[in-house]
Design a protein around this ligand. Structure first.
Ligand code: PMP
Length: 454
């Protein structure tokens, strides 16, 4: 089939996630046919550096035969069985053990799901169940953050703080509130990052007092916001948030779906920021995206209560701990460990990327270039004013399209360009990523200079 054949069939029958169906139908999709290492290849033969690791998930890169073999062996041995009704199987047991070994010390158990969204649905059920068992069923409220992302199921989107999603999918799950995000470049540049970080943590305390401390069960946040725009909070933020949560005895849920498995140079973002969360939803990099699997890592405090005082927890998925997905995830973690992937991100690749990435801050279109581990963002600004472009110009989307043209996948969130490449990227490939990003910035600047202001 030709590219046009695929596009015609795609238009005829396929509704894509997070897509304006009509606009895509008019433009046509790009057909990705194969991949190797950090590169994807489209049906026109273009080689494109995948600066997003798929959707922040292909941590070990493409084409790892060991993962294919792990899937194949498990499919032959036991393709599917469940963990309901007092059964289990070796892949789920071994993966649970490995996760607890890699996670911070107080994490003792894992509940498996099929995705990150299901992990956050599980979080919501588990938090409310925990407090009910503790004799405080009124501790129903969960506080999330504006522009946080926790998935697309009803609970996931309710915990998240994406206005556009709430607008379409509401009414949301009740008893979820949101506070402001610690997005210094976007919302706090009139003060120092440290003062702004403390102000955002104070917003948490104010919300707790508004709702009544006796009614708030948990606070959920990504250690670094991913989909919201690769937003690293000011250094003052997490210590202040932790102090507030301890003061009012409120659980911390650190959504590790993106930050987990090496992205920030530690096995978990919570380790980088020393969070010690009670619950940690995971997915994506758990299997390097080769097969769908997620879960919730559960700390002793919650696990002990669920186990000792619980009775039946009426919650679970057909694919909770799916044997083939679990076997691939286990092999993925073993390979990451054996190859020292996480340490390399922390000690070598992260610092190298930070050095090269920060050079882009000199580009006239860039107001800030930030990165942590192998996650980064560029804030696009109008060189004439030093402020954001008019939204109608669509500078971010323009830049994203120029990236594709120059053979690089970056994502745009408004006028923030973000990247999160596979963790096996080489120095030379980082150089290539940075120079292609620069080409795209040049092309964007040239186009915008020719575009009349709206
Ligand atoms: N939490 C976070 C932080 C995420 O980034 C995502 C996905 N981008 C999810 C949850 C939802 O995961 P999934 O798409 O696997 O349901």
């Amino acid at each position: 089939m030709t590219t046009r054949d695929y596009q015609a069939l795609d238009r005829a029958h396929h509704l894509h996630p997070f897509t304006d169906f009509k606009a895509l139908g008019e433009e046509g999709s790009r057909i990705i046919e194969r991949a190797e290492g950090v590169y994807i290849y489209d049906s026109e033969g273009n080689r494109i550096l995948d600066g997003m690791a798929g959707l922040w998930c292909v941590n070990l890169g493409y084409g790892r035969q060991e993962l294919v073999e792990a899937a194949s062996a498990q499919l032959t041995q036991l393709p599917y069985y469940n963990n309901f009704f007092k059964t289990t199987h070796p892949p789920a047991v071994k993966l649970a053990e490995k996760l607890v070994q890699l996670a911070p010390e107080h994490i003792s158990h894992v509940f498996f799901t099929g995705s990150g969204s299901e992990a956050n649905d599980t979080v919501l059920r588990m938090v409310r169940r925990y407090w009910a068992l503790k004799g405080q069923p009124q501790k129903q409220w969960i506080i999330g953050r504006e522009n946080g992302y926790h998935g697309s199921t009803l609970a996931g989107m309710s915990l998240g703080g994406m206005d556009a999603m709430h607008g379409q999918g509401g009414p949301c799950v009740p008893n979820i509130a949101h506070i402001r995000q610690p997005y210094w470049f976007g919302e706090g540049r009139d003060q120092s990052p440290e003062a702004f970080g403390r102000e955002c943590a104070a917003a948490l305390e104010a919300k707790i007092l508004e709702l009544g401390e006796e009614n708030v069960g948990a606070f959920i946040a990504e250690p670094v916001q991913g989909a919201g725009g690769a937003i690293m909070p000011p250094e003052s933020y997490w210590p202040a948030v932790k102090a507030v949560l301890a003061k009012y005895d409120i659980l911390l849920v650190a959504d590790e779906v993106i930050c987990g498995f090496g992205r920030l140079g530690e096995w978990f973002g919570s380790v980088h920021y020393d969070l010690k969360p009670d619950l940690m939803p995971i997915a994506k990099g758990l299997s390097s995206g080769y097969l769908p699997i997620g879960g919730v890592l559960v700390g002793e405090r919650v696990a002990n209560t669920l186990i000792e005082e619980g009775g039946e927890f009426f919650h679970g998925f057909t694919y909770s701990g799916h044997p083939t997905c679990a076997a691939v995830a286990l092999k993925n973690l073993e390979l990451m460990e054996a190859e020292g992937v996480v340490e390399r991100v922390r000690d070598d690749l992260g610092p190298y990327l930070a050095k090269r990435w920060s050079e882009l801050a000199e580009h006239p279109l860039v107001g800030q270039a930030r990165s942590l581990g192998l996650m980064g963002a560029l804030e696009l600004i109008d060189p004439a004013t030093g402020e954001r472009f008019d939204k109608a110009l669509g500078a971010g989307n323009l830049c994203r399209d120029f990236c594709f043209d120059s053979g690089l996948v970056m994502r745009s969130v408004g006028d923030t360009m973000i990247m999160s490449p596979p963790l096996v990227i080489s120095h030379a490939e980082i150089d290539e990523l940075v120079s292609k990003a620069r080409l795209a910035l040049d092309a964007t600047a040239a186009r915008l200079a020719r575009t009349p202001q709206p």
